[in-house]
Design a protein around this ligand. Structure first.
Ligand SMILES: [Zn+2]
Length: 173
């Protein structure tokens, strides 16, 4: 027998926000989002270590990317239209300004950037990239288009002194 799960994701779990927050509304400051993300990171790292924490952030981001596309975009077969819709949705939701810098549609390799990234833009400079959740999110988004898995690695980040996050994505063989 399959054990029932308590937290399997569904959009229904997010509830009816309009009804639930008639006075406070849909918006919260970016600090609140980052506070949750960084406290999760802290506690998870203490429980399972840095590598596992990063992996979990990646996987959660991937789930989010997939669900985001499923809910926001539906089925789009044209790649350019798909990217345009992703761009528009990410901007509307305040997640970031997404751009495709290079696309090799034959080899399925992409160079993507996110400016004003919700997760990291404005963070103090560190000596490592931090956007594991975004790497996963992008992997989930790309997978939603072609159905194949992608390896996504951040190469530039606000945290490494750049002003956009840059991601290298490649379809897994
Ligand atoms: Zn970043």
């Amino acid at each position: 027998m399959v054990q029932e799960r308590k937290y399997q994701f569904s959009w229904d779990l997010l509830g009816d926000i309009e009804k639930g927050r008639p006075n406070l509304g849909r918006m919260v400051p970016v600090e609140v989002y980052r506070l949750m993300q960084f406290t999760f990171r802290d506690v998870m790292e203490q429980h399972v270590g840095t590598e596992q924490t990063d992996q979990m952030f990646f996987e959660a981001g991937k789930l989010a990317g997939r669900e985001f596309c499923r809910k926001q975009l539906g089925t789009i077969t044209d790649f350019h239209e798909f990217i345009q819709q992703v761009q528009r949705s990410l901007r509307e939701m305040g997640i970031g300004i997404f751009r495709v810098e290079k696309a090799d549609l034959v080899r399925r390799e992409f160079e993507l950037t996110v400016a004003e990234d919700l997760d990291c833009s404005g963070l103090p400079e560190l000596d490592y990239e931090i956007c594991k959740y975004d790497e996963g999110f992008i992997a989930g988004v790309l997978e939603s288009y072609g159905g194949k898995s992608y390896t996504v690695k951040e190469s530039d980040c606000w945290c490494t002194g750049e002003r956009v996050c840059r991601f290298m994505a490649k379809e897994e063989g």
